[in-house]
Design a protein around this ligand. Structure first.
Ligand code: CA
Length: 240
């Protein structure tokens, strides 16, 4: 995750740089509005922490421009302007959140995490096929309402198969997408993991309900016809 912090007060900028980096973000600092616009034109950021009182322009103009040019960018305004009408103006100009100075670093970090999590959630909805649900964000799987514990590789295989329901996925595809191209694994590795997944889902390889074996070395996650029509309709209505 890459963040741009627009802040003209050196001490605040430094504190933000240290605090955000420690939380695992890549952080760029722009000390005025023009530098911010330059950085936004050149780089792709996930989130913008934006001061409003800048030496060369009003941060609200940056907010407005950034929102127009990069709709997915998350914007958090961090400012001393704390009147209710300022907050409303900020949010109306496209900000996703608004925090008033002086602020606590821990609160800022929590708000940034919440914004990014919410964003990830809209991009990564829970996958549901038959009675299996898989949450790609929290990395958990349920069968009906019973949580199933999977290893990371089992989770990776299941996620890949569920993202391509009813498609025949070869062992090589799974090795490439779950293990990565550089790994050297034994040829029966995939089979062993599929076997373990089946046991956890109480699936039967000879009469599969979830994961079917195709010609010995390929697999297919079974999505019943009525469900695929439903999800197709859902997608179409979501696109309207
Ligand atoms: Ca300022």
């Amino acid at each position: 995750m890459r963040l741009l912090v627009v802040e003209d007060e050196k001490d605040v900028a430094n504190a933000l740089h240290v605090g955000l980096s420690r939380d695992g973000y890549a952080v760029d600092i722009a000390e005025n509005g023009n530098k911010a616009l330059e950085a936004l034109a050149v780089n792709n950021f996930d989130l913008l922490v934006l001061d409003l009182n800048l030496p060369d322009m009003d941060g609200l103009d940056i907010c407005h421009l950034a929102r127009e040019k990069q709709p997915p960018l998350l914007i958090l305004i961090l400012t001393a302007r704390g009147k209710q009408k300022d907050i409303v103006t900020g949010l109306n100009n496209g900000a996703d959140d608004y925090l008033i100075k002086p602020f606590h670093l821990q609160e800022l970090l929590a708000r940034i995490r919440a914004l990014l999590r919410r964003d990830l959630r809209t991009r990564e909805p829970i996958l549901r096929i038959q009675d299996i649900s898989l949450d790609p964000v929290e990395k958990v799987v349920w069968k009906s309402d019973h949580r199933i514990q999977l290893t990371r590789k089992e989770f990776g295989i299941l996620e890949y198969l569920m993202r391509h329901p009813n498609e025949v996925i070869s062992q090589e595809d799974l090795l490439e997408h779950v293990w990565g191209t550089m790994t050297n694994v034994f040829s029966n590795t995939v089979r062993v993991h599929i076997q373990s997944l089946r046991e956890k889902f109480e699936d039967d390889s000879t009469k599969a309900k979830y994961i079917e074996t195709i010609i010995g070395t390929s697999y297919r996650f079974i999505q019943p016809e009525h469900e695929s029509i439903e999800s197709k309709n859902n997608k179409e209505s979501a696109n309207e």
